[in-house]
Write a protein that binds this ligand. Structure first.
Ligand SMILES: O=C(O)C(=O)Cc1ccccc1
Length: 269
């Protein structure tokens, strides 16, 4: 799928959780479904204005989308979007639960419904797909009434499927967090968050953290990610309260040019 400037790329196809998030955030106009690689490439080459990706969930932690975003040389996070997800099992009309021989879904989705699948469909084959939308699309194109997909219920309306069981997620605590990537950080508000990236040797981690405390910058959370250059060095996604224009944070960033700003945006949780 190609896109022109002015459009919003999302992990597609239609019926994915990311489609669902984008409909809530932006409405239906200008949304362009893409694969993960297409989305990253389109954002990098400026052929879309915004890119929406799920980067972590409260059950699974970092998703496979986080590191490719952190790998981008130029990235601006312009919004975050947290959402509690309720999963459904979708199948072609006429399929009964006892007919299902194969369940399709995104690997992250499988972890979020693992408990239900282990209890109710323990013998059924689990097949990974690129998204919940791709899973629903495969099910609607299948011949026999033996496949089902896991994902948002609205996929049933999009593909003419039936929702045969709702509420199969492990919950009610499973929240997914999306980032919207754009070009310019939004102006400061009363309640912002800034995402930072630093790669340091393990021996230098304590002094990195001390520099935040010394500047009076409140760390909200730290995600350790592989630096990919050896075992004794890690990449840290550090999220702090406030906007990058805030004096305390701006002062810290002046003193520590090794800390990269990924974006400042209104804090949603
Ligand atoms: O598979 C999808 O529909 C996605 O958009 C990715 C995803 C998978 C699981 C939880 C949240 C997002």
């Amino acid at each position: 799928m190609t896109a022109t400037a002015g459009q919003i790329g999302y992990l597609g196809p239609a019926g994915s959780w990311t489609h669902h998030a984008c409909l809530e955030l932006f409405g239906p106009s200008d949304l362009v479904p893409m694969s993960q690689d297409e989305l990253i490439a389109a954002y990098r080459s400026d052929t879309i204005d915004l890119a929406c990706l799920p980067i972590m969930t409260s059950l699974v932690g970092a998703t496979p989308f986080l590191d490719p975003v952190l790998d981008l040389a130029n990235v601006r996070i312009v919004a975050e979007y947290p959402k509690m997800l309720g999963y459904s099992l979708l199948a072609r009309h006429g399929t009964r639960l006892e007919d299902v021989k194969e369940v399709l879904g995104h690997p992250v989705a499988f972890e979020e419904v693992k408990h239900w699948l282990d209890c109710r469909l323990p013998q059924v084959r689990r097949t990974a797909t690129a998204s919940s939308g791709a899973a629903a699309q495969t099910v609607v194109n299948s011949e026999a009434l033996v496949k089902a997909s896991i994902g948002p219920k609205f996929g049933a309306a999009i593909y003419g499927l039936a929702s045969i069981v709702d509420g199969i997620e492990e919950g009610p605590h499973n929240v997914t967090r999306w980032w919207v990537l754009g070009r310019d950080s939004p102006s400061p508000t009363e309640n912002d968050k800034t995402s930072l990236l630093a790669t340091v040797r393990d021996a230098d981690l304590a002094s990195l953290l001390a520099s935040f405390a010394g500047a009076g910058v409140q760390i909200l959370t730290i995600y350790e990610r592989p630096a990919k250059t050896g075992l004794d060095r890690h990449r840290y996604l550090i999220e702090v309260a406030g906007h990058e224009m805030m004096n305390s944070l701006a002062g810290l960033l002046c003193k520590r040019p090794d800390i990269r700003v990924l974006g400042s945006y209104p804090r949603r949780y």
